[in-house]
Design a protein around this ligand. Structure first.
Ligand code: NAP
Length: 311
């Protein structure tokens, strides 16, 4: 839905890769910002972003992009968020909202919180939407449609600023949930971080198997391996930073996962078909509830060949 008046006069995106550029497209579609300013450190990304034209202005200095903005969103890998916040902190205007899209939240509050100037509303966020593609070409306006965005405000957050940010994400097509950062990190460790770790591990193991050739792995990949390779093609910098910054929660769910895997190993060894059948029946029901909740589709290949459906 396009508004009659934009929600913000100026929004700055620090980082214009998949998430930053998708935000710019979604903001334009929803008429959310009169001006969108962008920044990326590499001249190549800045040039490509300028060519694609999703920002009204591209800057070679993050402070220039952020100056005078009502909303600044840090869209860099998690490991770069602190330095990005430092680089813009002196140019943030009083009353501005500073947010981010990092996949980990407690570490971001720890690292970015201390550099936020007095009078600026820092409200961390995380859109649960993405693809395995990166960079300014990867973005599209529909990325956030029907997906959740989790906001993790710190104690004492200004209610009006929080309500404005909720409005912003809804305007980008998202559904919004507010929760504590620690809880976010635990939920995401099981729903996103652990599955990525398993995918990276299984693809690595297949690549190292000496008795099975690379060409066989590729030729027969439709047997399940192919879907893991899609996840394991995700950006290495982003995922390195996720695991380094959500260590505690990932180790906690990994411990649980290893125990359950050992139980499966035992069931296979002792021919416990009942245990295997019961588990596979329960997991099928979970798949059904995800489709029913509108978080995926039954289409072949889960509809991922069509760009706007990927998530
Ligand atoms: P991306 O496509 O690789 O884009 C990252 C952007 O950050 C690039 O424009 C990059 O510029 C810029 N950047 C890198 N270092 C920077 C720094 N020090 N200062 C300012 N900008 C810097 O990554 P993405 O997928 O959009 O991910 C961005 C964030 O969103 C990450 O924190 C990630 O955890 C989170 N997230 C990702 C997904 C997903 O599925 N991809 C989903 C939800 C949330 P250059 O190209 O010039 O290096």
């Amino acid at each position: 839905m396009t508004r009659t008046a934009p929600l913000f006069t100026k929004v700055a995106l620090i980082g214009v890769g998949l998430i930053g550029s998708s935000l710019a497209h979604a903001m334009r579609r929803g008429g959310l910002a009169a001006h969108i300013a962008g920044y990326a450190p590499s001249p190549e990304t800045r040039a490509r972003a300028a060519e694609l034209g999703f920002c009204h202005s591209m800057h070679d200095n993050p402070a220039d992009a952020a100056r005078g903005a009502d909303l600044v969103i840090l869209c860099t890998p998690v490991g770069a968020l602190e330095s990005a916040a430092q680089a813009i902190s002196s140019s943030l205007k009083p009353g501005a909202i500073l947010s981010d899209v990092g996949s980990v939240k407690t570490a971001v509050i720890r690292d970015v919180g201390p550099v936020v100037p007095e009078g600026v509303h820092f409200i961390p966020g995380h859109p649960i939407a993405g693809t395995e593609h990166s960079g300014p070409d990867a973005g599209f306006a529909e990325l956030f449609d029907g997906r959740w965005c989790i906001l993790t405000p710190v104690a004492g957050t200004d209610e009006t600023a929080l309500a404005t940010l909720v409005d912003f994400w809804r305007g980008c097509g998202s559904r919004v949930e507010v929760m504590d950062s620690k809880h976010h990190d635990l939920v995401l460790a099981i729903t996103s971080h652990l599955p990525h770790l398993i995918a990276y591990n299984i693809v690595g193991t297949a690549a190292d198997l000496e008795e099975v050739t690379q060409s066989e792995v590729i030729k027969f990949s439709a047997g399940g391996f192919r879907d893991f390779t899609r996840i394991a093609a995700s950006d290495p910098v982003m995922w390195r930073d996720v695991f380094l910054n959500n260590r505690e929660a990932v180790l906690e769910v990994l411990g649980r996962f290893s125990e359950d895997l050992s139980a499966l190993q035992r069931a296979i060894r002792w021919g416990d078909g009942e245990m295997l059948f019961d588990l596979f029946t329960r997991t099928r029901a979970i798949r059904r509830s995800i489709v029913e909740a509108g978080q995926d589709t039954e289409a072949a290949n889960f509809g991922r060949n069509a760009k706007p459906n990927r998530a």
